[in-house]
Design a binder for this molecule. Structure first.
Ligand code: ADP
Ligand code: TRP
Length: 323
């Protein structure tokens, strides 16, 4: 069976972009792949500096995955900071990578372009930690959104450098990116992202969710006029969660005229609530079961450690740390 691995930072509540671009694939792939999935809380420390937030967002992300259908019997679900192997391999890989290679990373370039002088060494080093995360588990595929493509390519380069220096050690992973959801648009039409404040959060209370959906930016074509569904953010999101028939029906309403963007937004909100109804209910239920949630992570940590410690041992032998 082929293996997948992916991680998500506990840096805010999961949104439609996270779900459609990554989480939905993680859950679907449980059926046909050996799955490793983790909460990337070491990475989250680059932005989250509040202990309560770190804890709460981690618990929230774990609950969200379980509510969305992650099955702990099928997926090894663990927490990055609980496994010392990640930071350990990161250091080893740090010593393989030259500074100009890291300066090419999008996140670093963006931060510099924005004139942000406060960038931590951790943010600069982010791609190397991600390479360690991936290489420790020797996955075939890494299911992610388009924004992570560069990180997977860098991982392949870092693995190749190590393999060239010390002999064949790491397996080269491939990104798995689903084209139609590679970049899910946010309420302002840019890529949906926590850092742009343009998200629709799938477990937000109904009132908040409504506010987010009603806030989607549209053009100002009057209600009575026909509209082009393909250029509308509301329609683009609807299409990603509705059936073909429902999508066609909404497209017809747009093109016929007499159907305003307010109506379209209400249709989208209803669809989101319907699509996530079961998960939203389960979320409330699972959130109360602290022992269960922590138990899943503890069990996942043990299984992940079996795999990652073996890889690290192999690496240490290659380097000459152990015989
Ligand atoms: P954010 O940009 O909101 O901070 P993360 O970096 O935590 O999101 O992303 C977690 C996962 O969700 C990654 O695999 C990422 O590629 C995916 N993802 C995030 N936003 C989107 C989006 N708008 N479209 C598609 N995939 C996305
Ligand atoms: N950088 C990823 C993100 O922001 C999270 C991540 C960390 C990850 N380590 C990973 C994703 C390893 C895939 C594989 O979304």
């Amino acid at each position: 069976m082929k293996r997948i691995l992916s991680g998500i930072q506990p840096s805010g509540r999961p949104h439609l972009g996270n779900y459609l671009g990554a989480m939905r694939q993680h859950i679907e792939m449980q059926e046909n792949f050996e799955c490793y999935l983790f909460i990337a809380d070491l990475h989250a420390l680059t932005t989250v500096k509040d202990p309560k937030l770190m804890h709460d967002q981690t618990y929230d992300l774990a609950t969200s995955y379980l509510a969305l259908g992650l099955d702990p019997k099928k997926t090894v679900f663990f927490k990055q900071s609980d496994l010392s192997e990640h930071a350990e391999l990161c250091w080893i890989l740090d010593c393989m990578v030259k500074i100009p290679f890291l300066e090419r990373a999008h996140a670093w370039k963006d931060a510099k372009q924005k004139g942000n002088k406060d960038v931590s060494v951790g943010l600069f080093n982010y791609p190397i930690l991600q390479a360690a995360d991936i290489l420790l588990y020797e996955p075939d595929l890494v299911p992610v959104g388009q924004d992570q493509k560069q990180h997977i390519e860098m991982t392949r380069d870092i693995a190749t450098t190590f393999n060239t220096t010390f002999g064949e050690t790491f397996k080269l992973p491939e990104a798995y990116i689903k084209e139609e959801v590679a970049v899910v648009p946010g309420t302002d039409g840019q890529k949906m992202s926590k850092s742009y404040g343009n998200t629709i959060e799938i477990f937000a209370p109904e009132k908040e969710l409504k506010k987010q959906v009603m806030g989607i930016i549209t053009d100002s074509i009057p209600l009575e006029d026909p509209k082009d569904p393909k250029s509308c953010n509301v329609f683009k999101l609807y299409k990603l969660i509705a059936s073909k028939e429902d999508t066609q029906e909404l497209a017809n309403k747009y093109m016929a005229g007499g159907f305003g963007y307010g109506d379209a937004k209400k249709t989208l909100l209803t669809k989101i609530l319907e699509y996530f109804a079961e998960a939203r209910e389960k979320y409330e239920e699972i959130y109360q079961k602290k022992d269960f949630v922590y138990g899943v992570i503890e069990e996942g940590n043990k299984k992940a450690k079996e795999t990652s410690s073996k890889t690290l041992e192999k690496v240490k032998k290659k380097i000459g740390y152990i015989r």
